[in-house]
Design a binder for this molecule. Structure first.
Ligand code: NI
Ligand code: MN
Length: 225
């Protein structure tokens, strides 16, 4: 059974008996993160887009543990140029890795690196692992094709941004749940900074009222898939 741990913001650790997979490892400089990059020896690092709060510590962490970075073509090439291993994919593509499959999904957002260089199109991702499907939205506004993503890939756990300003806020994220129809939803990308303050209980109540389940996973807490 895989374990999903919330590292804060959009950073998640997925652990199986054999592998540690991190999504968007923004730890250093993150006012909410309890773990440091050195605390986690990742095997795979998924980066949804190039913004500093998602690329985060991916490159130093990949160097430290010889992890493979999985990202869109532009981010993967940038990481390879920095001397780490990366696998290039792009939106709509699925690829099998030793732990399971990754499919990159669209996201309505930007994706420049902290140094200003171009990071390609931003993405979300589907992680298919040990018979479960996790959909991490990345940073995105609401889009109706989420309905198609949920219809074609039944989602067990939906990790959805609710912090507003840069991404969906609470009400748009509630609509995203209705589009994706996941078995369980966990909100993320809120309260890290003042500008993305959101009321997770308000989100939970509104999603519950639509007949869907929400789990509020605190920073450092885990959820067994
Ligand atoms: Ni972003
Ligand atoms: Mn972000």
């Amino acid at each position: 059974m895989a374990k999903l741990t919330f590292l804060s913001h959009s950073a998640w650790l997925i652990e199986t008996n054999q592998y540690k997979i991190i999504i968007d490892p923004f730890l250093e400089g993150n006012p909410q993160a309890k773990m440091k990059p050195a605390d986690i020896k990742a095997d795979f690092i998924i980066v949804t887009h190039a913004h500093g709060d998602h690329l985060g510590d991916a490159i130093p962490m990949a160097k430290a543990s010889n992890a493979l970075i999985i990202a869109n073509n532009e981010i993967a090439n940038y990481c390879i140029a920095k001397g780490v291993n990366a696998h290039n994919m792009h939106i709509g593509g699925t690829r099998e890795f030793p732990f399971g499959k990754i499919k990159l999904t669209p996201a309505w957002h930007g994706s420049s690196f902290p140094d200003g260089s171009y990071g390609g199109m931003p993405t979300g991702c589907l992680v298919m692992i040990e018979g479960k499907t996790i959909y991490h939205t990345g940073d995105t506004g609401l889009f109706m094709d989420m309905q198609l993503i949920g219809e074609m890939n039944p989602v067990d756990v939906f990790l959805v941004s609710i912090g507003d300003n840069f991404t969906m806020g609470v009400d748009d994220a509630v609509k995203a749940v209705e589009f994706v129809k996941p078995k369980l939803t966990i909100p993320m990308h809120y309260n890290t900074f003042d500008v993305i303050k959101a009321d997770a209980n308000d989100f939970k109540n509104k999603v519950n009222a639509k007949g869907y389940k929400v789990e509020l996973v605190g920073i450092g807490e885990s959820y067994q898939l």
